[in-house]
Design a protein around this ligand. Structure first.
Ligand SMILES: [Zn+2]
Length: 100
């Protein structure tokens, strides 16, 4: 489970940086999941864990995005790692699933 400080840091990560689509975020919060959901990193966002959920209109479509607790934790240090020139933990999680 995330601490309150981790929740705040996680919410400070903006997932659409550098993406030039049309995004209108309607809801963005950290919740305790009630069911298991797949996460794009390849892990499962488990019931009872914290999940970050963003609901919004993306290029005109209503979409719900959800990240598992491991991704939420990786978000908390994303900008520090980026500034330090490191491969961020978040990118590493997603790259193992989607090698480019
Ligand atoms: Zn994940």
């Amino acid at each position: 489970m995330l601490t309150d400080a981790q929740k705040t840091a996680c919410m400070g990560f903006y997932p659409f940086e550098g993406d030039d689509g049309d995004y209108r975020i309607l809801e963005d919060k950290v919740v305790v999941g009630r069911k298991d959901h797949p996460c794009g990193c390849g892990e499962v966002a488990r019931a009872g864990d914290h999940h970050r959920v963003i609901k919004g209109l993306f290029d005109g479509d209503f979409v719900t995005l959800r990240w598992c607790e491991g991704c939420c934790v990786a978000m908390t240090t994303y900008y520090e790692e980026l500034v330090a020139g490191e491969v961020t933990k978040l990118d590493a999680r997603w790259d193992k699933r989607n090698p480019s």
